[in-house]
Structure formats: C-alpha cells, structure tokens
Write a protein that binds this ligand. Structure first.
Ligand code: DAH
Length: 340
C-alpha cells in the first residue's frame, strides 16, 4: 500500500504540472479528492490492511490527502491571481486616449440672429411684447389703417383662417395690442413668426419678423434714424452707415425704407449689394396719426416711430446665405456651420 501511495503522489505531481485551466484543475480535484477519487479509493482499501497497521496507514493516507488539498488550493490561488491580473489589464482605462465626441445641440441661425437683435434693442431699453400668430382682421389690417378693400392689402398675400381671422402677415398687429394696454411710454420689441402665401429663393410662406414701436412725447423721425444707426453698427460693424429712402406703408407717415452701406464691399459695389453699394434691411416710419387714434392715443400729445425687420433677411445677409429654404431644411451639414 505504501508503494501505491508513493506512485499516486508522483502521478499527482505530474498531473498538477500539466494543469492549465480551471476546468482541468476541477478535473484534478474530482479524480484525487472527489468522492470517487483515488484517495477515497485508498481509504476504502484500508479494510484489507492488517489491523495493527491500519492507524499508521490511515495517517499516511490522511497526510497525502491534506497535501493534495494544499497543492490544489495553492494552484487555484495562483490561477485566481493570474485571472485577476489579466482582467485588470484588459479593463485598463487609458486616460490619455481622446474622448468619444458627443455632439451637443446648437442654436439655429435664425435664433442666433434674433437673440443678437433682441440683445441690442433690450440694451436700449426695449421690452419684449408678443402678439398671437392667429390674428383678427382688425389688428392685422384695419386698425393699422388698412381698411377693407384698401389696395395695400394686396401688398401681402394673406392666409385666411376664417372670414375675419388670418395667420398674421406681419408682426405689426402687436403694435395695436401694446397700445391698447394704455401704458405709456412705449418701447416695444415684438419678434415672431409671420405667414404669407409667397415662395421663392428669398421668400418663404413662414418667416420671422421683429417689430419695434416707440411712443412718447416728442418722438420724431430723427429718433428712429439715430436708434437704427446704432442698431446696424452693433449688428453689422462700426463703420456701416444707414440711409433712409422715402417709401409707403399705410401705418406710418412718413414711411421709410432703411438701407445700410454694403458691409461686404464697403460701398464700392459688389454682388451682395447688386452694384449699388447699399442693402435694404427694414421698413419703418413715424406712426400714422390715425393708428394712434385707433388705439385711443391723442396724436397732439404723443407721437411715435415703428419699424419692422425681416429676421431671415438679416441672417441671409450676415451669413451670405443665398436661398431661404436652407434655413428650414434642417440639413445638419448646413446647421453645423453656425456652431460657435
Ligand atoms: N409690416 C411691414 C411689413 O411686413 C414692415 C413694417 C414697415 C413695419 C413699417 C413697421 C413699419 O412697423 O413702421 O412689410
């Protein structure tokens, strides 16, 4: 029996030396230390050993068992250690690697320009006052001195919601709503969406305007000119000049169209200003006395100026965009150019 144990011990060392995986180690355990393993077999064989030799033999088998178990534990610990090291290595974080770029959203060019315009005007003391997009005929036309059958109604192709209800064709209706509040003086800025049945490279059926209205004592056209001068300098650059041209709007008298000296060529003449050196940016004028009266404001005491700016037009000029539809298609290749 002793010879058998010795042989088994050598066999065990050889088996352990070839163990490569946890699976093989588990097999080793089964075949030596398991219930039906070789050591259990030795124990069973004790029955045929002479009675007086049994305790000594039992002791030897037990020692062998402990030794086998110790070797098993030792190799398992080593394997666990190697496994952990391998895992640590494979999961290692290289903090010098460039991070995965996550694209954040950005503002739409129309929003950027609108915000810039709001910033300039609010620094001059203008307050935002918004009107509804679905407007009645009264606010959109009649009280702005555009009576029914007035030819000026043809200046804007109107979407009708009902007989007397329209999708507002301009933000000017907000002027009436602001004056109706009765609070004086007025320094109002009204940005918003407007709608006209019109569509080509520079016109879209839905677009944005920014309305301005100032009403107080002794307001004149000079105040409009001075304020717009400051506005265009802040928006387009310090050396841009303004000029007023006579025009016609039913709600202002006199009415003006405002040009800025071409910020692309400095006034020499180029493609952007079509060779004229000037670019039209907005319409405005002195608020018509009838409009003040329509809102219960005494034109002998108060006077005012108003203006309306197309936000898309300013965005297209400033960014050199040649087709208005680019602003609505939401093509990311286009929009990404406005990220700062
Ligand atoms: N509402 C005009 C338009 O849509 C723009 C405009 C012109 C607004 C003169 C005004 C103004 O307030 O005084 O074309």
């Amino acid at each position: 029996m002793e010879a058998k144990i010795k042989a088994l011990r050598e066999q065990m060392e050889a088996a352990l030396a070839s163990v490569q995986s946890k699976e093989e180690l588990a097999n080793f355990w089964q075949s030596y230390l398991g219930k039906k393993g070789s050591i259990a077999g030795l124990m069973k064989g004790l029955g045929s050993v002479a009675k007086e030799d049994r305790p000594a033999m039992g002791k030897i088998i037990n020692e062998f068992k402990q030794q086998a178990d110790a070797r098993y534990q030792e190799i398992r610990a080593k394997m666990d250690e190697l496994e952990l090291a391998a895992r640590n290595k494979s999961e290692q974080v290289d903090i010098t690697m460039p991070a995965v770029r996550r694209d954040a959203g950005a503002l739409h060019p129309i929003t950027i320009i609108r915000n810039e315009m709001v910033d300039v005007f609010s620094s001059m003391g203008f307050e935002i006052f918004e009107g509804p997009e679905i407007e009645d005929d009264d606010h959109n036309f009649t009280r702005l001195n555009v009576a029914k059958n007035h030819p000026a109604r043809d200046m804007q192709d109107t979407f009708y919601v009902a007989d007397d209800i329209v999708l507002r064709t301009h933000t000017s209706g907000a002027q009436i709503r602001r004056m109706d509040t009765g609070k004086m003086p007025i320094k109002m800025l009204s940005p918003g969406r407007v709608f006209r049945s019109d569509s080509d490279a520079t016109h879209s059926p839905v677009f944005h305007q920014m309305e301005g209205l100032v009403v107080d004592r002794n307001i004149t056209l000079c105040d409009l000119q001075g304020m717009l001068d400051e506005f265009v300098k802040r928006l387009f650059g310090g050396d841009v000049k303004t000029r007023l041209r006579p025009s016609y709007f039913p709600f202002t008298e006199p009415s003006v169209e405002v040009d800025v000296s071409c910020f692309e060529c400095g006034g020499k003449g180029c493609g952007l200003c079509k060779g004229t050196g000037w670019i039209e940016v907005l319409g405005g004028g002195v608020v018509h006395q009838k409009v003040l009266e329509n809102c219960g404001i005494d034109p002998k005491v108060y006077s005012g100026f108003a203006f309306g700016i197309g936000i898309e037009r300013i965005a297209m000029l400033k960014y050199g965009i040649n087709n208005i539809s680019l602003l609505y298609e939401n093509d990311l290749r286009f929009l990404k150019q406005f990220k700062d």
